[in-house]
Ligand binder design. Structure first.
Ligand SMILES: Nc1nc2c(ncn2[C@@H]2O[C@H](COP(=O)(O)OP(=O)(O)OP(=O)(O)O)[C@@H](O)[C@H]2O)c(=O)[nH]1
Ligand SMILES: [Mg+2]
Length: 337
């Protein structure tokens, strides 16, 4: 065994630094407190620990993602921004949520501080997936399963609200948004979009690099918005963030200039096609989970967070509401902060 192999070890039994050369927690090796220690192993004593069922206990919530009903309770309790993160499969929706949580682990983001989350376990799980659960040398994240939308919760402070502000980040499988665009007869039932203060539409930067894939991507993205408009999900004068993801793949590549200019054209096209749908359309560029060490994890996510914290404009005039949302969640509105 070489000297290098001997030193590549970690006290965290889940860390595969000896195989991947990377810290499972995402630290630089010289910053990780466990690096260099012998891996801890579960002793038989640990495994056979029996739970004393006679002791009084308190049942804690699971800290997993929240359902629509659970998120409705949040909306009633505090000033809340509902952020619907939408886009085709693999565009980086779940990675964006993981990247935001990771940034907060380093401290405040700008002047915004993390206060609390009731979905900590879910955040940890997605970050773990993004880092190395798959034991690959580059970050990998599980595809979000089809089904009901799930919400990640964050309370933040210093965002201009009197006390803290709640963010409810909606995550759903990209296949479902794409399915609605492909087959409009299915109708759209996306309460998170109807209730969203800010719609955040992700455009996959990696696909933007390829001339063939780029063309399909553009029509896919436009068809998703069109399906949401036709299905009556967008009618409250919401704000739209159009986000180019995975810019670590674009910056420095031979096609960088063309990819960035195509993205600007796409944003312009959305403005032209949907002039009265959104109150504001702003574009962002991020690398929530870069594959190489060249770009910092969470690049650009701070600017997006700053945009998310702002409220949607006042409720649109009832006269322009053409379809009454089926779900109570989509009808809940903040009356005052
Ligand atoms: N290079 C690079 N890859 C990224 C970045 N963000 C996400 N990815 C990768 O893109 C792939 C898809 O990311 P996800 O976050 O799962 O995408 P998603 O939109 O949630 O996909 P669905 O759950 O299928 O809808 C994963 O392999 C990620 O590791 C990034 O900033 N840079
Ligand atoms: Mg996902």
């Amino acid at each position: 065994m070489s000297n290098e192999e001997l030193t590549l070890k970690c006290g965290n039994p889940e860390c595969r630094v000896s195989e991947t050369g990377r810290c499972v927690e995402g630290f630089e090796l010289d910053e990780c407190l466990q690096f260099g220690n012998d891996p801890e192993e579960l002793t038989q004593e640990d495994e056979s620990d029996e739970v004393d069922t006679s002791a009084p206990c308190v049942q804690l919530r699971s800290a997993e993602t929240l359902s629509l009903e659970e998120t409705s309770m949040l909306l009633r309790a505090a000033p809340t921004r509902v952020i619907a993160i939408i886009g085709p499969s693999d565009s980086g929706k779940t990675s964006l949520i993981a990247g935001l949580y990771e940034l907060f682990q380093e401290g405040p983001i700008g002047n915004i501080s993390f206060s609390r989350s009731v979905t900590l376990h879910a955040f940890e799980q997605t970050c773990h997936d993004a880092r190395s659960a798959s034991r690959r040398t580059s970050p990998h994240i599980h595809r979000t399963r089809r089904g009901e939308v799930r919400f990640y919760h964050l309370d933040i402070s210093g965002a201009g609200a009197a006390k803290s502000l709640t963010l409810a980040l909606a995550d759903r499988a990209g296949e479902e948004y794409k399915g609605a665009a492909d087959d409009t007869s299915m109708g759209v039932d996306f309460p998170e979009v109807q209730r969203a203060d800010t719609l955040t539409l992700l455009v996959d930067g990696q696909r933007h690099l390829d001339s063939g894939a780029r063309h399909n991507l553009r029509s896919e993205v436009i068809m998703i918005i069109q399906a949401l408009v036709d299905g009556g999900a967008l009618q409250n004068g919401q704000r739209l963030a159009v986000v180019l993801t995975k810019i670590d793949q674009i910056v420095g590549s031979p096609n960088e200039g063309r990819a960035l200019s195509e993205f600007s054209k796409l944003v312009k096209k959305i403005e032209e096609l949907f002039p009265n749908i959104f109150t504001t359309i702003v574009s962002f560029k991020i690398a929530a989970s870069p594959k190489s060490g060249e770009m910092k994890r969470g690049t650009g996510v701070d600017e997006l967070l700053d945009f998310w914290k702002d409220p949607a404009p006042p409720i649109a005039e009832p006269a322009i509401i053409t379809i009454f949302p089926k779900r109570a969640f989509a009808r809940l509105r903040q009356l005052e902060e």
